[in-house]
Design a protein around this ligand. Structure first.
Ligand code: AMP
Ligand code: TRP
Length: 326
């Protein structure tokens, strides 16, 4: 059976782009692969965090992942910092990655241009990500398009390690969903939807109340020609709404346009479909949020399951690279 690994950072609220671009894929993969999913709190530390908020978002992200359909009985769900092998293996990865390779990562370039404080961890971020993936003998990594370069680097690190020190790591592959699963900002449909702190009106959080969803969709930017038609180049705003409506109702975007003539009707249908899709997720989330002790319990089980695999892989890597056993 193929092994799947992916991770998500506990910073900001989970949005519609995360759900349609990544998380729905994670849920489906549970049926046909051995799946390992990780809340990557160490990666969140690459930017300064409020300690109490980081703890709270790590717990609430876990609850949201279960609410969207991750089933701790069928997948391994855990917090990165609970399995110390990740930090330890990251050092081996840092020493296998070339400085020039890390410097070429576009996510580092973008984020270090924007950030006031650029940590050393922001630079070595992809080495920790490589450790995450390689510790689980991962075959497939389901991620959005933006992560493809990090997975390529992970492959290069694995191949270099294997050729220097002998066969140690499985070389993984990125699994990126079809182009339609890239959800754009409702206010700036040329940019991808991102955390609501960056664009409060353009991003739909999975926890938005029905009235908020309706308001954001109603105010979404469209265009002035008045025709409901899927054409990403000419009509990015309308096409984004059609993608969302389609994804929320299990259809393609062109199909979702059938029978809709006016922008007002498109917006009403999209808002209703999103509200209906989020309703059961929000209900489950609120039940789970009422019982944080249960979430901590399932994370402890997840960490034990993860550590069993990770410690065996790390032991192999330690031995092969020449660290003395004790
Ligand atoms: P992040 O929110 O950056 O931690 O991303 C978590 C996952 O969601 C990654 O696999 C991303 O590639 C994916 N993702 C983030 N934003 C979008 C978006 N607007 N559309 C589709 N996928 C996304
Ligand atoms: N870098 C990923 C992101 O920003 C999160 C991540 C960390 C990840 N470790 C991972 C994704 C391992 C896939 C596999 O979305």
């Amino acid at each position: 059976m193929s092994r799947v690994f992916s991770g998500i950072k506990p910073s900001g609220s989970v949005h519609l782009g995360n759900l349609l671009g990544a998380l729905r894929n994670w849920v489906d993969l549970q049926d046909r692969a051995e799946t390992v999913y990780c809340v990557v709190d160490l990666h969140a530390l690459t930017a300064p965090q409020d300690p109490a908020e980081l703890r709270a978002s790590t717990l609430s992200l876990t609850q949201m992942l279960v609410a969207v359909g991750l089933d701790p009985d069928r997948c391994t769900l855990f917090v990165q910092s609970h399995v110390h092998e990740h930090s330890e293996c990251a050092w081996l990865m840092e020493c296998t990655a070339a400085f020039g390779e890390l410097r070429r990562m576009t996510q580092f370039k973008d984020k270090s241009d924007q950030a006031g404080f650029v940590s050393g961890g922001l630079f070595t971020y992809p080495a920790l990500q490589a450790a995450d993936i390689l510790l689980y003998d991962t075959d497939e990594v389901p991620v959005g398009e933006d992560q493809r370069q990090h997975i390529e680097l992970t492959r290069d690190i694995a191949e270099r390690f294997n050729s220097r020190y002998g066969d140690t790591f499985v070389v993984p592959e990125a699994v990126v969903p079809p182009a339609g699963a890239r959800v754009m900002d409702l206010q700036q449909p040329d940019n991808k939807m991102s955390k609501s702190e960056d664009s409060p009106q353009g991003s739909i959080s999975l926890l938005d109340e029905p009235a908020a969803v309706e308001k954001k969709v109603k105010r979404a930017v469209t265009d002035s020609d008045g025709e409901v038609r899927y054409d990403v180049e000419a009509k990015p705003g309308v096409s984004n709404l059609l993608s969302i409506l389609g994804a929320a109702t299990g259809r393609g975007p062109a199909e979702a346009a059938e029978g809709i003539e006016r922008y007002g009707d498109l917006k009403a249908a999209t808002a209703e479909a999103v509200i209906e899709m989020l309703r059961p997720i929000q209900a489950r989330y609120h039940d789970l949020a009422d019982d944080p002790a249960e979430t901590s319990r399932l994370l402890a089980v997840g960490a034990d399951k993860a550590a069993e695999v990770a410690s065996a892989t790390l032991e192999r890597a330690r031995h092969n690279i020449g660290l003395l056993g004790r």
